[in-house]
Design a protein around this ligand. Sequence first.
Ligand code: SF4
Ligand code: SF4
Length: 378
Amino acid sequence: MKDRLKPYEREIEYCAYCPKLCRFACPVGKVTCSEASTPTGKMTILKLVKDSALSLSPEVAELMYQCSGCILSRTYCEHRIEVISALEAIRAIAVEKGIAPKRVQEFGPAFQKLGNPYAENFSRKLKEIIGEKHLADKSVRAPKKADTLIFTGCTMTHYFPETIKDLIKVLESLNFEFAILDDADSCCGYPLFALGHWQILEEHQKKLAQKITGYDQIISLCPTCVWYLRTRYQKPGLIQVGSIEHSTEFLSTRLGQLRLKAKMDAKIVYHDPCHLGRYLGIYDAPREILNWISKNGFAEFYENREQSECCGGGGGLPLSHPQIARGISKHKIKQFQSRAGQILATACPMCERMFARTGKEEGILVRDLVSLIAERLA
Ligand code: SF4
Ligand code: SF4
């Protein structure tokens, strides 16, 4: 256990002894109202485990899953510590020992069945969505049909296939050549990583890497996929790819080539997804799209950019602690209502899913930026 936690020794020690300036910011701590689930609470308990003063029991393991990986605490931390990295390492140990929460423990074998978290046949679904025209060539040796691969990601494919169609519509209107991977394994593997199923993850990554290597460019609608593919595939050399971009980055540089019927006049409030903002540092591209598409610009949440509060959907929290995830998302919906917005715009399928579900009773309209563009194309 000590070896696994060694890379995070500095983080664990700092958090256990620091003045805890970040604790008010943690969305999980706000919902649970428990000191134990604040960033410092979790890290202090982790320190006791690391120093063998406390054993890693199922109760301790459960607490290590009370984190959405939003890294909002980092914004307020003098040392820029990302609490989640140390928690991910201890989660992997908990899974290996078989003491992770039941739903988490069962997740790995369920994922293995079809190579994605939703046990859904994505090959069939994606063929229905995209038709044969843009299918990627599966053989790595065969010449590719296009230099750009669209990586749809599991959450977008499962919940929002219409948004994938919208992206195709926008790319076609740009006369842009691309291919789409219609594969059952079209999950980057982040859910396995966040929940601690690292052995299954290794196999999954090797398999997926063979299918997505060799392209000049990969574009994804999911910021978690972009961050994960960059840091766990491209950076360690598992795949050879020129660039991996989020759809907002790609489209924000091509707005001048798109023709709109009319600009929007609804009041839009934009939510910065954690992986797009704090992880990838992409704050301006979505705002450029919103300013271009809307007659009157857009409104911000009170907490935005690096201070943006999370939707509750990251870090496997909706699976391990659905009530906490829902509580976080409800708080954000209240913030949206206080801005008197008509459309909650975002650029991440997990955020869209969380807000659409929690905001349903309130009749809140949640839209991906790509869909807002596609709806208004001339
Ligand atoms: S994340 Fe930073 S501010 Fe928060 S407890 Fe750790 S060291 Fe302290
Ligand atoms: S990453 Fe987010 S949820 Fe996790 S401890 Fe930090 S602020 Fe809390």
